[in-house]
Write a protein that binds this ligand. Structure first.
Ligand SMILES: Nc1ncnc2c1ncn2[C@@H]1O[C@H](COP(=O)(O)OP(=O)(O)OP(=O)(O)O)[C@@H](O)[C@H]1O
Ligand SMILES: [Mg+2]
Ligand SMILES: [Zn+2]
Length: 299
């Protein structure tokens, strides 16, 4: 893997270099759909008509994601924005194999030349992909961290999963990662349950980065944090992207967060993409009435 974040210090306040996106996307997703519930004759297939609700009125099943297609380039940040229940978390959980996808394809350039549909891989191969190619930061830090392990132990766990067993090197890497997210080294052996919400999110971020993943998934990473803490976490995410060139999918119901972070944005509503494009364009000239509403409420 070309990406290393072993040595890169996190410099602050350095302007982002003009991104040169590679021709080949890192991640390609085609027709990703996820249904919760058994389905019936009326909802066997997800409707892509946005006038149709995501919930089947006959059987109550929900198409949380309806035929989503998009690409992510190396080092790029893609924002996913939408109201509560629009399918944002379901999307990232499908990408991280936390949820089983009902239909669709996902390829990653670093795995089998980008030719394999990862949703069809065995559980063991999915674990490998998760542990070696992806990092995930959950909205709820309790899902991403073992609160009773030490913070360094949390990072060690991720490194073990990625087949790194050298105790000395693991310890060194853990202290380096925690320093990057500004957790004092004197606290690296403390369990995250002792930490504030913002610190827990920073430990989660360092854990997600431990295996140098080219792809990081962040679900509502700043929701519920104080504005000042939010700003710090956003700043950290930007420095990581700038210096490590990690590609990210950043999920938020807050267009302000998306505006700060993402190059391109995808607007979800009722499990459908209603608009996608360059973030600046979406903010300046939103096309869909729902996006117009989001943008106007930001002003
Ligand atoms: N495990 C589940 N079982 C049944 N339905 C679910 C499940 N998880 C999510 N859903 C449904 O799927 C839809 C999308 O939910 P999801 O959590 O992806 O939304 P979201 O955009 O992340 O919302 P929020 O902004 O509130 O986090 C919702 O209608 C939700 O009720
Ligand atoms: Mg969510
Ligand atoms: Zn149905």
């Amino acid at each position: 893997m070309a990406i290393t974040n072993q040595t890169a210090p996190l410099l602050r306040g350095v302007p982002a270099p003009a991104s040169i996106w590679h021709e080949t996307p890192l991640l390609s997703v085609r027709g990703l759909s996820k249904r919760f519930g058994a389905g019936c004759d009326h909802c066997r297939m997800p409707s892509t008509d946005e006038r149709e609700a995501s919930r089947c009125k006959y059987c109550g099943s929900i198409w949380a994601c309806r035929s989503l297609s998009f690409e992510l380039h190396p080092g790029e940040i893609l924002g996913v924005v939408g109201e509560s229940g629009s399918g944002k978390s379901t999307l990232v959980k499908c990408l991280y194999f936390d949820e089983t996808t009902t239909s669709g394809e996902m390829t990653i350039a670093n795995f089998e030349n980008g030719e394999a549909n990862l949703f069809e891989k065995s559980a063991q191969q999915k674990r490998y992909i998760r542990n070696h190619i992806m990092g995930m930061v959950y909205q709820n830090p309790y899902l991403g961290l073992r609160m009773n392990f030490s913070s360094s132990g949390n990072i060690a766990e991720k490194l073990f999963a990625a087949d790194q067993y050298h105790v000395g090197r693991i310890r060194e890497r853990a202290s380096q990662l925690l320093q990057q997210v500004e957790i004092p080294l004197s606290r690296m052996d403390e369990p995250p349950k002792n930490f504030s919400g913002g610190m827990q999110q920073r430990v989660q971020i360092s854990k997600a980065l431990a295996n140098n993943p080219p792809l990081l998934l962040l679900d509502e990473v700043t929701t519920g944090l104080d504005l000042s803490v939010q700003a710090k976490v956003l700043d950290l995410i930007r420095s990581i992207q700038r210096e490590l060139q990690v590609a990210m999918i950043v999920v938020s119901h807050d267009l302000g967060v998306i505006r700060m972070l993402s190059d391109r944005t995808m607007v979800l509503r009722q499990g459908l993409i209603v608009e996608q494009g360059l973030t600046d364009q979406i903010l300046e000239d939103p096309q869909h009435p729902y996006t117009q509403l989001l943008v106007h409420s930001l002003l």
